[in-house]
Every structure is written in structure tokens, then in C-alpha cells.
Write a protein that binds this ligand. Structure first.
Ligand SMILES: [Mg+2]
Ligand SMILES: [Zn+2]
Length: 441
């Protein structure tokens, strides 16, 4: 996985400056420079994406637009702010003849006009941007729709049209008074995320994967040449989570030897050893002293491809003690099922083999938990069977329903499926490679 950049996409008119259709002179909002500077400081690529249909309407030439864009960038620079790129769409899809000849060529259906995503994709080509951890700030529903189309977090500002253009029926993720408040909000989000740790439960014996797991702990099982635990770390790192607590017992030294303090991999690892297996709940409890904030809990034998930021946002908005990631299952008979109400509250948990009332939502082994949840956890227990029911009773467990990829590799069959998905080549002969990999460790 490559280290992609994160961006903040800014609409221009109504966000950075007063709408130029209503004021003839360029008026930049007073705190816009400070706001952009803050975003620069957080390490974001700052990209302006603006629809400029006046060109297609014959009111302004492209050269005029470029001049204004340059002027804006220069004025922001005086405040120490940097715009990394500006993209504009000069088009309009409507065919018209009552316009100057030179403007007619702009009367086309294009992919760059928001809410379409052409301009953002161009930026991705240049900067290698990860959209899911990026933001888009705009003043119209067309901006918000565009951000949703590409999968950014969207912020509507109450300047400019303030979202009252009524063109699209979309809800922004957040609403801020202006670009400066939006930058402050993003700063707060970044800080909050930095304090978030991950707890990886790496203790299982892996009975069903013997003999592979006789010498190799499950978290070191290779997928495409790297341990599954490595893939998890890279995913966490992508979402800004660098503090990782690994709890384990079985062949724990091999895990320690491979990852060390994590520096080599760009993360900080703390190991919590269990003298005896404590169960999933007990393992989490064992890490209590290290956890002061929200944390993400995952099992060390799962391949995961999910948007951790989105999960954390859901978790924060629900204000429960735990959020359980859940998905639709086509084999409810041998799954741990949960019942989730319309508000996202988990109202029931039905472990494998219990009466299930036709439910088809199963829980995964990814959680977000609050430190306050620790008091419901005993020193030695299974999290799902003993802690979860208590949290459900307290109306403190929420269910995050998603179809993102989460697959445990507890059996050879499932391991094979994961390898098929992530391996470069076919699967035959890979078992041998895995065995060789075992010896390397
Ligand atoms: Mg605008
Ligand atoms: Zn266009």
C-alpha cells in the first residue's frame, strides 16, 4: 500500500471569495488566508476546484478566469498560505446560440463540471490523493454532491449560497460558518485522530490452521508476501493511527522480532504479553493502562479494507461506549448475529448456535471502543459473549453496517480466499511459499 496524500478541495466563489457574479470586484473573505495556511500546516494538499460557466456563457474568457485565480493565490500567499493547484471547468452542457462565437465550443457535456468529479480526478493524477481521508469545502449543494460522488468528507459553509441553491438533495457531513471555522474543525478532527490507538488482538493459537501455525502465529501468516498484521498496520497508518498496542500470548516473541518497536514500519508499537490466554475481553482489559482515548480494536488474523475514519466518525456521532462493525451475511446459521435498530443501536446479540429470529446481520471483529467501556470488562472473558450483552443492556453499543472487506483467516478455506483476493498470482504453490516464509521467520 502506498502512502497517498490527503487533500482539502476548496470551491472558489462563496468559499474563498465573495461570489464574483454578485460583486464585480474580487473580495477575499477576511480569514481565508489563515484558514488555508492552517490546512497547509496539517499537511494537506490544497486544491481549488471551481465551475466557471461564465466562459460558456460568453461573459468571461479563460484568460480572465486564470487572472483571477492567480490574483487569489497571490493575495492568499501574503497571509503565508499556499494553494497547490487550481482546476476550473469552463463548460456548460446547455446548447445555446445567443452567445458569442468563441464561447460555443464550451457548450458541451463534460466530466469536469461539478458535481461530476473530473477536476478531482485530475488532482489525484498529479498528487496521488486518497479521497476517503480528504475533505471538500463548498457553499452549494453541487459541491457537496461532488464530494459525495468521490467519497470525501464534505463541509458546507454558510457563506456564499450557504447551501440554499436547492439543486441537489444532499446533506453535507458537517456545516461550518465559513472557511476559517471549517479549517479549525478539520484541525480538531486531526488532533482527535492522533490520540486514537489501535489494539490488535494477536493471541489466538490458530488450531484450525495447523500445521501452518505450529511455528507461525496467525498474525504473521503471509498475504502477498507480508504478514496480515503488516497489512493491518499499513491500513491504520493510512488513517493516521500510528500508536498500536499488540496483545498476545502464543509465539509472541516471533511477532516482536518481526515488528520491533514499529519504527521501521512508521508506527509505534507497544506489546502487552498475556501469561495465559485471557480471551478477547481479557486481552483488551490487559491493555487498559495504555488506553486514554477512543481506540480501534481488531483481531490479528483479519484482512481488512475499510475506511477507518468513517467508522470513527460514526462512533463519535453516536456517543456510545462501543461501536461494532457489522455486515450482511449469507450464512446466518453459523454466524454471530446482531440486531440493530434504525438509530444504529444494537438491540440484540445472538452468538452462533442460539435462536436467531431470521436475522441476517452478523458482527465482525472490528470495534471502536471508549475507555469508559473497560469497567464492563472482566480480567478473563470473551468480549462478545460477556461484555457486549452488558453494553447492549446499557444501550451503549452501536452497530456500524458496512459492506467493506473484513475477512478472518481462521481456516485454510478462508485463508485461501483472502490469498486469492490479494495474491499477485494463482494459489497453487503458494502454500509452499507460505511454508518457506515460516522458516524465514
Ligand atoms: Mg461556490
Ligand atoms: Zn467542464
Amino acid at each position: 500500500m502506498m502512502l497517498m496524500k490527503r487533500a482539502v478541495f476548496l470551491d472558489r466563489d462563496g468559499v474563498i471569495n465573495k461570489d464574483l457574479l454578485t460583486t464585480k470586484r474580487l473580495k477575499i473573505f477576511p480569514n481565508a488566508g489563515r484558514a488555508v495556511k492552517m490546512l497547509n500546516g496539517l499537511g494537506f494538499v490544497v486544491v481549488v476546484v471551481t465551475n466557471q460557466p461564465q466562459i460558456a456563457k460568453g461573459i468571461q474568457r479563460e484568460s480572465d478566469i486564470r487572472k483571477i485565480n492567480k490574483e487569489i493565490a497571490q493575495r492568499l500567499r501574503k497571509d503565508g498560505a499556499r494553494i497547490d493547484a487550481v482546476y476550473y471547468c469552463p463548460h456548460h452542457p446547455e446548447k445555446r446560440t445567443d452567445i458569442p462565437d468563441w464561447a460555443r465550443k464550451y457548450r458541451i457535456k463534460c466530466r469536469c463540471r461539478k458535481p461530476d468529479t473530473g477536476m478531482l480526478l485530475k488532482a489525484k493524477k498529479k498528487f496521488d490523493i486518497d479521497f476517503s481521508s480528504s475533505y471538500l469545502i463548498g457553499d452549494r449543494t453541487v459541491d457537496i454532491k461532488c464530494g459525495k460522488n468521490i467519497g470525501c468528507t464534505t463541509i458546507l459553509v454558510k457563506t456564499g449560497h450557504a447551501g440554499e441553491d436547492g439543486k441537489y438533495d444532499v446533506k453535507p457531513d458537517y456545516i461550518c460558518a465559513d472557511i476559517f471555522e471549517a479549517a479549525k474543525f478539520i484541525t480538531a478532527e486531526e488532533k482527535a485522530d492522533k490520540n486514537i490507538k489501535a489494539i490488535i488482538l494477536a493471541g489466538g493459537r490458530g488450531e484450525r490452521l495447523r500445521p501452518l501455525t505450529d511455528k507461525l502465529p496467525k498474525p504473521l501468516i503471509p498475504i502477498n508476501g507480508k504478514p496480515v498484521l503488516w497489512h493491518q498496520m499499513m491500513l491504520l497508518k493510512k488513517y493516521g493511527i500510528r500508536d498500536i498496542v499488540i496483545c498476545g500470548h502464543y509465539l509472541f516473541d516471533k511477532i516482536k522480532k518481526y515488528f520491533g518497536n514499529g519504527k521501521k514500519f512508521g508506527v509505534n508499537i507497544t506489546y502487552v504479553f498475556e501469561k495465559e490466554p485471557l480471551g478477547t475481553g481479557g486481552a483488551i482489559k490487559n491493555a487498559e493502562r495504555l488506553i486514554k482515548n477512543t481506540s480501534i480494536v481488531i483481531y490479528g488474523d483479519e484482512m481488512i479494507e475499510m475506511d477507518i475514519s468513517r467508522l470513527l466518525r460514526f462512533h463519535k456521532t453516536k456517543s456510545g461506549l462501543a461501536t461494532i462493525v457489522a455486515h450482511k451475511t449469507d450464512h446466518p446459521e453459523d454466524s454471530d448475529l446482531v440486531e440493530i435498530n434504525k438509530g444504529g443501536l444494537v438491540t440484540g446479540f445472538f452468538p452462533k448456535g442460539s435462536e436467531k429470529k431470521g436475522l441476517k446481520i452478523s458482527k465482525s471483529s472490528v470495534y471502536a471502543i471508549e475507555p469508559a467501556a473497560f469497567k464492563f470488562i472482566e480480567d478473563k472473558c470473551d468480549f462478545d459473549r460477556t461484555v457486549l450483552p452488558k453494553l447492549i443492556n446499557k444501550k451503549a453499543a452501536f452497530g456500524y453496517l458496512t459492506d467493506e472487506y473484513i475477512k478472518d483467516m481462521g481456516t485454510f478455506e478462508r485463508y485461501e480466499q483472502v490469498r486469492k483476493r490479494f495474491g499477485k498470482t494463482g494459489t497453487n504453490g503458494k502454500t509452499n511459499k507460505a511454508a518457506r516464509h515460516t522458516d524465514d521467520l
